[in-house]
Design a protein around this ligand. Sequence first.
Ligand code: NAP
Length: 249
Amino acid sequence: MNEEIDKKKVAVVTGAGRGIGRGIAEALARDGLHVVCVSKSESSCGAAADSINESGGQAEALAVDVSSGEQIRQACEQLLEKYECVDVLVNNAGITRDNLLFRMEENDWSDVVNTNLGSCFHWIKALGRPMTRKRWGRIVNVASVVGLTGNAGQANYSAAKAGMIGLTKSLAREFAARSVTVNAIAPGFIDTDMTSELDERVKEGALATIPLKRFGQVSDIAEMAAFICSDKASYITGQVFTVDGGMVM
Ligand code: NAP
């Protein structure tokens, strides 16, 4: 193992190629962690890792399709051989396939549930044990406000995000005795590729429901994640942090 990396905590951030995940990866690298940037495409996680390394942080890229349990298991084997323990895991990779239930195809359901929720099960199962042995760890699951409120046209996505919240609370209880904290962040409407493709009318409608009268920025979520992953947050577990400009109170 590279000695310099040896001294640093190691973080895995999924969906780190773009948007919120990339912001979280950059914030953790700024805070001194070695960050493994995971995304589906090699070019996307590669660009994120290169940019962190160029600005003085430490990162590497790992292309993994998180809808595949097998790919996650192989990636974790590789990581644990290299680092023995991953200290911080941020499950952020996610997709939407919006439609009203009667128009929703079975694939729209299973792809969304596997990518958003199933991936958390596989990553945590593979990386959680060494964390509990080390008696220090941080797991952050990036859910959504719609996991709390539901949303017409997003039954698959809302169910997956609500599932992530249930998983977070259960594992917070399972891992607490080993000083491994498990928390969730529920972002509201954040300016990223995921939301840029929405219809202008949908965006205007969303804006009207936000008391702070603006969409969130990636940094709003990244700074919350960086705090939860730090030593300062050692007494916080099983929580859902809503970062949404006041949409859900
Ligand atoms: P985004 O801009 O669409 O980026 C998604 C990232 O996830 C990309 O890096 C993508 O990889 C990766 N990804 C998608 N499917 C994957 C797969 N099967 N395997 C590996 N990586 C995969 O999304 P975002 O807006 O930053 O959202 C990030 C998270 O926040 C998601 O979980 C989303 O549900 C949640 N969230 C977002 C908002 C919002 O308003 N934006 C609100 C609430 C919750 P590639 O780069 O390789 O394509």
